[in-house]
Design a binder for this molecule. Sequence first.
Ligand SMILES: [Zn+2]
Length: 314
Amino acid sequence: MNTESKPYFTRRHLCQALTATLIASATSSIANGATVEPKNWIDAHSHVWHPDTNRYPISSNFKKEAMQPASFTAEELLAHCQPAGVQRVVLIQMSFYESDHRYMSEVMQRYPKTFSGVSLIDWNRKPLQREVKRHKRAGMRGFRMHSRGDAQGWPTDRNVQQLWKLANDQDLAICPLINPEDIPAVDALCKKFPNTKVVVDHFARIGVSGKIEKDRLDQLCRLAEHRNTHVKTSAFYALGDKQTPYLDLLPMIQRMVAAFGSDRLMWASDCPYQVQTPHNYQSSIDLIEKHANFLSETDKTAILRGTAERVFFA
Ligand SMILES: [Zn+2]
């Protein structure tokens, strides 16, 4: 059941929204006793969930043990973001909630200036146009397409094709979470729907095996020929050596910048996974902000704010 269209603006939520706005607009925030100037960075991909599964039920296809950690609420997420200068986050619907966007929608309404959202949609549901519009009305700015080994069938799937067309009609982004071998499938869809905004998650997971495959990286770079295609430079904890400070990922980021330009790249942490020991939030942002010496200040601003702002907040 999907309850996105339910009204959530109770008095409690309005009070919380006011508090959240005050937090977000503060000129400085206090973390660990130190004053941190806000840089207004955007984290383009993180998840939140609530430990109360009676109030926010997870899908029967998942076990509660899949929720690791057991709790990762919006407030827990912001406690990691704000000391690092991150003021806004694009929330990505968590797989175990499937199409029930209740918690994410509540959070987006409670903190309207802080969060944007990318939802999960069942593209086989009819009429799809009504579904797409319903998600848009709920404030969603894109759809997540999670490949479960089926991505190679996407280009010829009529419902997937319709989703890509409708996303363009409604100015929503398609966000494929794919494996490296699925890049040609996304390439085929980008060719067919050149105006659809596309944001590929986590470098198409190149490096998840521990090895950055050059031929796959070449394929990912070729997606840059489609002018509306973007890449998330993200999930550093899961790629390459998978060890802070993730310096082995710098050549891959450099290639992305050369192919796409910083205006089509966006940094993201992929919390809560990025904040599980021995990883932490700051080391993810540091890779772009402090270690990527090949980036100009303008590049950094684009990757850490501008691109995500244009695609998910404008
Ligand atoms: Zn994720």
